[in-house]
Design a protein around this ligand. Sequence first.
Ligand SMILES: Cc1cc2nc3c(=O)[nH]c(=O)nc-3n(C[C@H](O)[C@H](O)[C@H](O)COP(=O)(O)OP(=O)(O)OC[C@H]3O[C@@H](n4cnc5c(N)ncnc54)[C@H](O)[C@@H]3O)c2cc1C
Ligand SMILES: NC(=O)c1ccc[n+]([C@@H]2O[C@H](COP(=O)([O-])OP(=O)(O)OC[C@H]3O[C@@H](n4cnc5c(N)ncnc54)[C@H](O)[C@@H]3O)[C@@H](O)[C@H]2O)c1
Length: 474
Amino acid sequence: MGPTYDLVIVGMGSGGTLAAEFAAGEVGLKVAAVERGPIGGDCLWTGCVPSKTLLASARVAHTVRTADRFGITGGEPEVDLDAVWARTKDVQGQIAATDDHPDRFRQMGVDVIEGTARITGYRQVTVTTDEGEVQLDTRYTLVCTGSRPAVPAIDGIESVDVLTSENLFTLERPPSSLVMIGGGPIATELAQAMVRLGVPTTVIEQAHRLVPRDEPELADRLGQILREEGVDLRLATTATAVRRGGDGVVVETTEGEFTAEGLLVATGRIANVDDLGLDAFGVPVSAAGADVDERNRTLVPNIYVVGDAAADRPRFTHAAAHDAVLAVRDMFFPGRGQPAHLVPWCTFTDPELAHAGLTAAEARERHGERNVTVFRHELAENDRARADGTTEGSIIVVAANDRIVGAHALAPGAGELIHELALAIRFGIGVDELSDLVHIYPTIASGIGRIGADRSFDTGRKFRAVARLSRIFG
Ligand SMILES: Cc1cc2nc3c(=O)[nH]c(=O)nc-3n(C[C@H](O)[C@H](O)[C@H](O)COP(=O)(O)OP(=O)(O)OC[C@H]3O[C@@H](n4cnc5c(N)ncnc54)[C@H](O)[C@@H]3O)c2cc1C
Ligand SMILES: NC(=O)c1ccc[n+]([C@@H]2O[C@H](COP(=O)([O-])OP(=O)(O)OC[C@H]3O[C@@H](n4cnc5c(N)ncnc54)[C@H](O)[C@@H]3O)[C@@H](O)[C@H]2O)c1
């Protein structure tokens, strides 16, 4: 007799839920899915959903605060933090009751098992449930166990209550002031949200800019915007010690001391692979995750690892979801489906900062200085941005040998408009061709068309100049 299951999925977050939907709902495989907490994972409970919900409330507060700019009487908004926090829980509840409800997966034919899984054989997963241990025999195992916040070993950190993305959203209300250690996307989004909601916030980042993986010029401008909104941004500053004091927490840094009621740490992640037992079967694991190739295969042919649990993979919901479906395709329809060539991302501040492909510096390093051209559109010259009063930002397009290899936007809705440029990178489109698409006026994205139009005008001019010279000298 063969194994009971075609596929056992460990972890029902961004990767696991999509894999279950595809494997059971679309392909009709016999699937078991093990989850030790509520379905939805980091994205629903501690990540994307609560942070974006918070940012939405913060945007409203900011609009009220700055309404005068639009000829409407505004003023300092009265923010009910309990209600703001309750709203995030409400939105989470709506998703948990619909898209991420266990019964939705059961209706697809998935055996949803509540418990903690371990890999106990090449084709076996053991689950510890409230009722005892259950052994699942399976042809394939897909591990999507996610990651958790890494709390750095700063002197004294164990002596204070540390907030992270895991517990911030479970509070009834946030502290009255915050120091954040780390200036990656988590702290950057939360710092703007907090300050707009009236919670004084200091950000301590050891690098010279926020979101250091993004296009430096745009990251610097975002930092400037956050400063103007009131974030006490301390760049090139490292937290060295933490202690109780001043009715809260004192953070000692290389640039002085900072005090607040609460301390939030967002200094990166640790993959949830340490106690899975993967290493016993020859799969190397570390804090970065389990070793996988570009198709998320481990050294064990029937065990795949995707999402935040995989080492050196982009840590985003969309990346986990794409890789999870690709892994199932690979298991049951080998060779079908493409690994993600390009994973764009966006930091959902206001304005948003979106990223696809190479930064200008990365392009120069890869393609050579003289083969790289950087094109830009300033929102200050964009009619829609003028009308909306959102002229702070730019769209930057990086081309190498006339093909687009990178795109970066600091703009309202940058996370939406970056897709067009990501597609251009994916299919090797040239900057000239951007103007082949008639862009809707007035949109921010029309700036992309303008980059293309200016470029083809430029190319045409150069072409005509060369033709003229060759007529004269040829
Ligand atoms: C504050 C914050 C904001 C974010 N914002 C964004 C955003 O805007 N956009 C974006 O794309 N990404 C965002 N992310 C990142 C995103 O949340 C993660 O990249 C994504 O959720 C990873 O998906 P995953 O499937 O790998 O893991 P998860 O979705 O975390 O799922 C892992 C699941 O596995 C379960 N599990 C773990 N171990 C076991 C075990 N042994 N047995 C059974 N179950 C187990 C866990 O309980 C969990 O449910 C954000 C993250 C944070 C923290
Ligand atoms: N909008 C989004 O897509 C989004 C939003 C939030 C998080 N995420 C995902 O979650 C991941 C984790 O985010 P994150 O912000 O925790 O991590 P991160 O690794 O991206 O950033 C951590 C930052 O902390 C700094 N740091 C580390 N130790 C420090 C110290 N002792 N003192 C001062 N600074 C220190 C680092 O220089 C770094 O910039 C991200 O990489 C991203 O993949 C995505």
